[in-house]
Design a protein around this ligand. Sequence first.
Ligand code: FAD
Length: 384
Amino acid sequence: MKNNITYDLLIIGGGISACVFASKYLENNNTKKIALIEVGRGLGGRSSTRISKRFNGWKLNHGSPNLNIMNKKNNLLLKSYVNELLEKKFIKIDDSELVFLEDKSNLEAIKKSEFTCGFNYLSLYSMSQLSQNIIESNFRGKIDFYFETLIVDLKFNNDVWTLKSINGDKFISKYLICSTNLLLHKRSLKILKINQIPLRKAIPENEDRKIDLLLNYLGKQLFIPRLTFLIYTNENYGYKDFYSKKNRYFYLNKNLENKYKFERVIFQLQDNNKLGIVVHTKNIDFINSYINAKDEDYFKQKIFANFNELFDGNSSVNKLSSNEKISIMKWRASQPSGSAVPLSLQLSQKYRIGFCGDWFEGEGFGRIEGSILSALMLVKKFQD
Ligand SMILES: Cc1cc2nc3c(=O)[nH]c(=O)nc-3n(C[C@H](O)[C@H](O)[C@H](O)COP(=O)(O)OP(=O)(O)OC[C@H]3O[C@@H](n4cnc5c(N)ncnc54)[C@H](O)[C@@H]3O)c2cc1C
């Protein structure tokens, strides 16, 4: 058992939803003993920043580069939380240039994508730092963090949760929050090499209608795989024109996406003034061709070739030379799609378990907006 501590609350996952939940929950429960368990090396999850070990000094947001809030229903919880983040100077309005590429090198008037609708905000530092700021803002030292710890098994006996990690560590707690749905979804069977979905194993069928419904909805939930290519440009690489803002976004229309396999290309200015480029793709054939590629270098050259053809003649973007450095991030599940889980299933009092994340219903489904909103709503349900 980890340090012989029985926690009041354990949170699985360290993405933005977990950080929002923890910070808001602690506001009214600051004597509670809380721990957060995350398989990665730090906070942020799918909204995190790659701090390269290989290429010194580079910090690239390799998942979500920023966040956009639509809040069409004017949810006051969400509205005031975004204002709080602005006041604390954790985020600012993202006024970076947003370009929609209509066809080769011709720039078109700005259009909207699901990631650009509403108000766009940028973390003042990096996306990982945003999660860190959120969770640490008022409560530094109040949470025990366990990083590089993968939970593989859940048990609920005598009103107590026992979690087991892949390394055999045990964690005990009165309440449990799952900010990831990995342990609730059938993909866990393959990923964790187990033979029963951990939540189903902990709570058998017909014991709690809410849990049964939640697992049913998740049974129909799919995920969009993505690759992101992180390009660490050479010292002398820069824009053709003068542009000094932190980010610059190029979105491709469907035709161009089909042709070049890129969804968007995001330029990220580094503290040392070098230009990092993050190329996103969710083209399944392209992803499979990467997985099957025997020669990774050949694949990387293909990315440079596509990039150079896409931006050929563009008035801002220079071509890449074949010796720019590149690394690749494979996201098995970048965003949920298909069936979203109703927010009414977020909390089971009987089993002292709550859920948050971008996999809940609403206009923020599959985006940071949904993650934040679901976390705020879960805190409220805990208080009521
Ligand atoms: C490439 C990419 C681009 C994106 N672009 C945008 C965008 O432009 N705008 C936008 O709004 N959204 C975007 N998204 C989606 C956005 O990143 C997510 O909606 C959001 O980050 C989800 O946050 P979360 O806290 O709900 O989940 P996550 O960030 O996934 O957090 C869950 C955490 O749980 C951890 N975990 C999982 N299982 C276990 C386990 N068994 N034990 C321990 N830890 C575990 C994971 O490592 C993860 O850190 C993008 C996502 C990707 C991948």
